[in-house]
Design a protein around this ligand. Sequence first.
Ligand code: NDP
Length: 267
Amino acid sequence: MQFGVLGFPVKHSLSPSIHNLWFKENNIQAQYHLLECEKIEDLESFVASLEEKNFAGVNVTLPYKNAMFEILKAKNYEISETAEILQSVNTVDFRRKIATNTDVYGFLQICKVYEDDHILVVGGGGVASSVIAACQISNSHANITITNRTIEKAQAISENLMCDLYLGDLSKLDLSNFEIIINATSLGLNGEILPLNYNTLRKSTKCYDTIYSPKMTPFLESTKLRGCQVQNGAMMLVHQAAKAFELWHDVKPSIDLGKKAMKEFLI
Ligand code: NDP
């Protein structure tokens, strides 16, 4: 059986390491490939070639989660409710013609939301939508605010997922009202700090970064210094992979083994 992670670029993906450990654990004879499709115009034929080669399933990553949703919808795949709401697919089973988004599940496993929590999500991409959906599933009475550099993208998410929108200067926003702050931008991948008013932060605020490499982003460093509990995106990745694995193989893989594959990124 052939599986893989489809995106561009994918050469640094950790998914093969995680899935290969789980194949061994469960005595599954399968291979997990890196599947690079350079141009979005070629994605449809790339997918058709995977179907022809009898690929069993793929994970989809940047920048194709939305495009994959459109392609599979046109092919009459059964799309999960979550993927349909987010218009974004990260897991495909070609044999059963089903597709879903396990990023939401992944974040849900690492973030517990309490009634009336105030949550700030910074970001306007696919991951921002996924973490907001996860927070809403975790507690439907949470108060979620989204903000993003490109306001139109945050606005579209706030309308789709019915959360509040912050339009002002992020660096001036008073953080003392938030129980949870989530970085769902790529700021931090290369040492950039999320421009927040860190002096207004409360110690009790939980801070999440969806980035896992580097394992401590400047956002996490700064919030940890102020006494906040912090968590990066490594375990979100393990849990989204576990849900995809379960969908493909009807067995729950060991989370501890998944952690082993990610050990250099855990904090
Ligand atoms: P997108 O490319 O869709 O979104 C990127 C986001 O980062 C946008 O909100 C963008 O703002 C913002 N951004 C980028 N550069 C800047 C900048 N200079 N200043 C301000 N904002 C900026 O990415 P995804 O939503 O798919 O992924 C977001 C992050 O999540 C990535 O860093 C990735 O590492 C991580 N991730 C983690 C996963 C996990 O399982 N842990 C899974 C997948 C991704 P704008 O809209 O204005 O361009």
